[in-house]
Design a binder for this molecule. Structure first.
Ligand code: SAM
Length: 206
């Protein structure tokens, strides 16, 4: 009987297996700022951000195999040396592979497809994980959050501010749209339709 085809290894497995942070200079082959995206989906933000910012070493987490593999393939076709894609649950791997104070920025865009209140407990941003992300950022580092779900936006902002992130615009205040921002795949749809997007640009205290 023919053997069933084996699934390819998850993208980024060599990093996901590590118990301690790698030497990121060796991994990328050059020094520079280190940034993280959680839930990169179809990769619209990760790919364009890496293209515009070749000096940034960018690690994108996306646990769905097809999205992760497509993003990596498209990044390779574009010749992006500064992108790593991790097909893994960010909540379990981020704690191990980034040292405290090592990240210059964290990007989290339209994270939760589960927008009902009853589903809040499944959300990526929970109090403990928010504290962990704060620890991984450098002093002054950026947390860039966007979502179209108002309830989730308010809840995430409150959890992040409670964890110690500083909102330069004042607690609970959303950030206006900036035309030079790199839109995510999902965000492009809302920019075209004019539907509201709730944005926050928070900082770790310097
Ligand atoms: C609603 S989509 C948005 C994708 C993209 N950020 C955008 O704006 O187009 C959320 C994505 O996050 C991914 N995701 C959710 N939780 C995750 C986790 N803990 N680790 C890795 N990926 C996750 C999902 O698979 C999904 O592709």
């Amino acid at each position: 009987m023919p053997r069933p085809p084996l699934l390819p290894d998850p993208v980024g497995l060599h990093l996901a297996h590590l118990d301690t942070p790698p030497d990121w200079d060796a991994e990328f082959g050059f020094p520079g700022p280190l940034e993280l995206e959680i839930g990169s989906g179809a990769g619209g933000h990760a790919l364009e951000y890496c293209r515009r910012n070749p000096q940034v070493r960018f690690v994108a987490f996306e646990w769905r195999k097809k999205y992760a593999r497509d993003t990596l393939d498209r990044g390779n076709k574009l010749g992006l040396r500064n992108l790593r894609v991790m097909e893994a649950d960010a909540r379990f791997v981020v704690p191990r592979i980034f040292a405290s104070g090592s990240l210059d920025a964290i990007h989290l865009q339209f994270p939760d497809p589960w927008w009902k209140r009853a589903h809040f407990k499944r959300a990526v941003i929970q109090p403990e994980f928010a504290k962990l992300l704060l620890d991984k950022l450098k002093p002054g580092g950026l947390f860039d959050m966007r979502t179209d779900v108002q309830d989730r936006a308010v809840a995430m902002l409150s959890i992040l501010e409670e964890a110690g992130f500083v909102n330069p615009l004042g607690a609970g205040v959303f950030h206006p749209y900036e035309p030079e921002e790199v839109p995510s795949t999902r965000e492009r749809r809302y920019l075209a339709s004019g539907e509201p997007v709730y944005r926050a640009r928070l900082r770790k205290p310097a």
